[in-house]
Design a binder for this molecule. Sequence first.
Ligand SMILES: Nc1ncnc2c1ncn2[C@@H]1O[C@H](COP(=O)(O)OP(=O)(O)OP(=O)(O)O)[C@@H](O)[C@H]1O
Ligand SMILES: [Mg+2]
Length: 335
Amino acid sequence: MALVEARGLTKVFRRPQKDPGLRGALKHLVQRRFKDFRAVDGIDLSIEAGEAVAYVGPNGAGKSTTIKLLTGILVPTKGTVAVDGHQPHVERIVNARNIGVLFGQRTQLWWDLPVRESLALLRDMYSLSPTFYKQRLERLDDVLGLGELMPVLARKLSLGQRMRADLAAALLHQPKIVYLDEPTIGLDISVKDRVRQFLRELRADGTTLMLTTHDLGDIEDVCERIVIIDEGRKIFDGPLKEMKDQFARVRRMHLQLASSVPLAQVAAVLPETEVAQGDGPHSVTITFDRFTHTAGQIVSAVLQVTEVGELHLDEPAIEDVVRKVYAGELLRESV
Ligand SMILES: Nc1ncnc2c1ncn2[C@@H]1O[C@H](COP(=O)(O)OP(=O)(O)OP(=O)(O)O)[C@@H](O)[C@H]1O
Ligand SMILES: [Mg+2]
């Protein structure tokens, strides 16, 4: 069994329905009406120990709600979840030992306590031995630079400092799986890099990660697998590379030619492609469909016309691919 197993995971929220204006508000007071809203709608998800999964989707897609279901903060309306064989919302204490969670938008630290005190409270909650606690703090201090933050009240921390302290709090008990909901939100580039570096190290230690983010740089740096959801449903689940291959059909190749050849002559040997002037004097850019031509065929065809110097194939940008997936352009892609 996988470390995380969700089957048909569904969360329905009841939303109050109210007509606009004062009249609507009064009517709502007398006769309350609600409408069901499916924030998470039949999600199946298996995560194996050691995997790093990016969970992405547009605003309101149901990412945070899924994390709350997987961590036991919310109770599923339908479907099942098991984390290391335990139902999170039922076996809360066992589950808490196995998982760590970070919500980038909200701190888990005690607002009016110095970081040191928050961590000590967590140490007691998890019944960590003094030796383990000491070693763990040293390790977290190494990678997160906790030392300087220890005496500071949580509410006095800057956002980047707060995120480092929150990461330490989420990881103190060395959980098997860590859920990170937007761990780099609002951080400047240097802190973001530091957090990403830290997540890579966590992976190397064998920790299982699931992270939601709108910053796709986080994904390429840390994860190999991507799950995309939209309106509570899963629309893609697989390796990052496969997503690029599946959704980025159109590729672009830049070639430096040995001599000046009219574009029409190149185009003549490359039917069903688009041949355009490149940046340099003898350079061309060829746009082609990966399903119709291979990169090798393109080069061979050009060699019939002239010698080729440098060549470069654009990597599909994950941003472009995800944007297309969000926009519902699953089959008409061009990157
Ligand atoms: N407690 C709640 N009561 C009612 N509706 C809720 C509740 N929590 C979330 N929702 C709704 O469920 C939907 C999914 O919300 P969720 O927070 O999971 O989205 P998300 O994918 O995390 O979005 P974002 O990228 O903006 O963080 C939204 O339409 C939201 O308004
Ligand atoms: Mg969210």
